[in-house]
Design a protein around this ligand. Structure first.
Ligand code: ATP
Length: 690
């Protein structure tokens, strides 16, 4: 017999395993009691009941819940350890062990001619499964999985990467330690009732077992952002001295800071805190420079501004330089090439990124952070595979190292061009906060991007201390930041503080659960309507929650006002790395077909299944508009609420959620879903925007 579709149980995740063996009959066996794994390598499990002889003649589905919390568990290795020779004698079971964890032992060396830069170093970003020393993302809490590296062969000189990314032996701590599911019977019953047949459908055995292989990046899949920038610059050139007409231009024109939307009576009260005064002043300069940047100039070299500059002072000077400057900028983007392959362009994506951030040279982390608070008050609040998040004053600064050769957290650093895309996307979503600009569609649920900065230098001592404090408390899975060299570049996203992520937030009651669903649905519907937006990665680490005193929130969907009951909960959606958006001029998306690993997460796991369902829906063509993907993430969130979150609720509430889930499954967009009866008492609709 053979176990198939088996993966690591992920800490704090409910996993299901199909055991497709000698099937001469079909039956369900969900009889094993929930069991626990302790930190010691032993199982408190009636292992005898798992002996292979038990398996014959039946198809089993075993739901296993680990509550080890944070530590990735190689269940079957532990089984071997505790059962030893007994199980090893069974050749049929051994097959499972062979299939286990090839990524940890097997490095798939690049083809000698592939992926080598001029200096011979491997410059392509590879998939998450490719390098043994890197973070194995599925072993990490799934909530922080999702960002996928699809990068480019950078056109900068790169040193051979001598330094191997190190992994610390330290086990991860559970992120959701307050919300461990406690009622296993309930979960099991839920799966039996709702998912039994789904599992069969969703989790076919893989045709091939060689799935855990490396995926080499194909440069033909690089989003052609450079050509978008080209188009934009050309349009700037041709529309010189005129107000910009393109959507992208409008977006780049959109100030990042200071302007809070006014969307109705609730928003007057629902005013989010702004950074300290100094930062607000800086925002004003920022707005000024942004407008000028759009209206008069796109040349990177002309933007000789650093963080201390009075940016607006440059406006006059620059107007006189514009024409030549634009020439220079366009030339820099090497318009002669028609290839979409990035490395064939003679352009410098870092300069483009700097320009989009309104800079000509990088700032220092210290300079940026000191705009928002005393440096000593900075604390780390979270981490992702690519970013460290610090609370800086009233903001959260996400620091993403870019363009360096040093592997960070086992990953090759992101390239400027990738960040450029994310930066534009964040700013596009910012524009939904402005009633003035986007009167037909309005919402404040997507995290507000206050500022975007390119920085350079090693981590300052205060940041290192903040990092170490967090590490001591939570056990970081990331590499120590002291490793960063003097020349390290970063993009800093200065963001509104969105609160705690859903994974660790404690929901109090059913009202709050409903509030979460209605706000997420409304926000997605608005963004769908405005920009054909699809988040594509709305796992519970990317939904932030905070409480306030307000009871309702204003949205506008296609000119219809919605006043949405919030029960004092505010939702913010973050992390747009995998998102797809149509700015009106360009479609920004990440070609997820370049990352097959994303679709190979544990069977039965809701997040992994959602990626797979998205792939089905899109047919693996990620450029297209498939608003159904937003619905898939809503379905995921309903499951999360039912399965992973405990809050005060009755069985009637659970029935309502399940019924909603059933109806949800028929919708093709959140624009449809928002009219579902589930929301009828939560939304007051009013005709058109004044
Ligand atoms: N605006 C914010 N407010 C509060 N916390 C935040 C904010 N942005 C990020 N965080 C915290 O930092 C964590 C990591 O952020 P984020 O998911 O954006 O990073 P990432 O590197 O993109 O992660 P991933 O591993 O998913 O790629 C979040 O889960 C959250 O806890």
């Amino acid at each position: 017999s053979r176990f198939s579709d088996y993966n690591d149980p992920i800490a704090d995740e409910l996993c299901k395993f199909h055991i497709n063996g000698i099937i001469s009959g079909v039956g369900w066996f969900i009889g094993l009691p929930p069991f626990e794994l302790s930190n010691a390598p032993s199982l408190h499990l009636p292992i005898s009941s798992l002996s292979p002889s038990t398996f014959s003649n039946h198809l089993y589905t075993i739901s296993m819940t680990s509550n080890l919390g944070g530590k990735a568990i190689d269940l079957w290795s532990e089984l071997i350890a505790s059962e030893g020779s007994d199980l090893q004698e069974e050749a049929s079971v051994e097959e499972v062990y062979r299939r286990r964890k090839p990524t940890q032992k097997t490095v798939h060396p690049p083809h000698p001619k592939q992926n080598l830069g001029s200096n011979g170093c491997n410059v392509n970003r590879v998939s998450l499964a490719a390098v043994d020393s890197k973070r194995i993302s599925w072993n990490r809490a799934l909530s922080i999985r999702g960002r996928v590296s699809i990068a480019v062969e950078a056109c900068i000189d790169r040193q051979r990467q001598c330094k191997q990314a190190k992994r610390k032996g330290k086990p991860a701590l559970p992120k959701g330690k307050y919300v461990q599911p406690t009622n296993f019977d309930k979960e099991r019953a839920y799966f039996q009732e709702v998912d039994a047949f789904e599992l069969l459908e969703e989790s076919p055995s893989p045709k091939s077992f060689s799935t855990w292989t490396s995926s080499q990046f194909d440069s033909s899949t690089i989003p052609s952002l450079c050509s978008r920038i080209e188009k934009w610059l050309i349009s700037k050139k041709s529309k010189y001295s005129l107000a910009p007409s393109s959507t992208l231009s409008k977006i780049l024109e959109t100030p990042l800071g200071s302007i809070e939307p006014i969307g109705g009576i609730h928003l007057d009260k629902f005013k989010l805190k702004t950074p300290e005064n100094s930062a607000r002043d800086r925002d004003a300069h920022w707005c000024s420079i942004q407008r000028r940047f759009i209206f008069s100039i796109n040349d990177i070299d002309a933007l000789k501004i650093d963080s201390n500059d009075n940016r607006s002072n440059r406006a006059e000077e620059m107007r006189t330089e514009d024409r030549e400057d634009i020439e220079v900028a366009v030339k820099k983007l090497s318009l002669t090439s028609t290839s979409t392959s990035f490395h064939k362009y003679d352009l410098d994506p870092l300069s483009a990124l700097l320009a989009v951030c309104g800079q000509s040279t990088p700032s220092t982390l210290k300079d940026v952070f000191s705009n928002y608070c005393e440096l000593e008050t900075i604390v780390k609040v979270g981490e992702g595979t690519y970013g460290e998040a610090f609370k800086v004053g009233n903001t959260v600064c996400k620091v993403v190292p870019i363009d360096g050769d040093l592997k960070v957290n086992g990953e090759i650093q992101k390239r400027s061009v990738e960040l450029l895309e994310e930066v534009i996307l964040s700013r596009t979503l910012n524009s939904l906060r402005s009633n003035e600009r986007c009167a037909d569609n309005f919402c404040t649920t997507f995290i507000r991007t206050i500022d975007l900065r390119v920085c350079q230098g090693s981590y300052d001592a205060v940041l290192v201390k903040a990092w170490e404090d967090w590490d001591e408390k939570h056990g970081s899975e990331n590499d120590h930041p002291k490793e960063f060299p003097e020349k390290q570049l970063y993009v800093v996203f200065v963001l509104q503080h969105g609160g705690k992520d859903l994974e660790s937030f404690v929901l109090l009651n059913y009202d709050e659960a409903q509030s979460l669903l209605v706000q997420v649905t409304a926000a997605l519907a608005v963004a769908e309507a405005a920009y054909q937006f699809e988040h594509r990665d709305l796992h519970w680490g990317n939904v932030l929650l905070s409480r306030n005193d307000y009871e309702a929130l204003q949205f506008t969907l296609e000119s219809k006002n919605m006043t949405v009951k919030t029960f004092g909960l505010q939702i913010s959606i973050i992390d747009f790395t995998l998102s797809r958006i149509n700015t009106g001029e360009d479609i920004l998306f990440l070609d997820l077909s370049s990352d097959p690993y994303l679709f190979k997460g544990p069977r039965g796991d809701r997040q992994s299944e959602t990626y797979r369902k998205m792939k089905e829906v899109t047919g693996d063509c990620w450029e297209g508009s498939f608003p159904r993907t937003n619905v898939l993430w809503l379905l995921y969130l309903v499951d999360i609420l039912l399965l992973k979150k405990s809050f005060e609720r009755s069985s009637k509430h659970e029935r309502e959620l399940r019924a909603f889930k059933k109806r949800l499954d028929k919708y093709t967009s959140t624009k449809e879903a928002i009219y579902d009866q589930f929301f009828s008492e939560l939304i007051v609709w009013s005709s058109s925007v004044e």
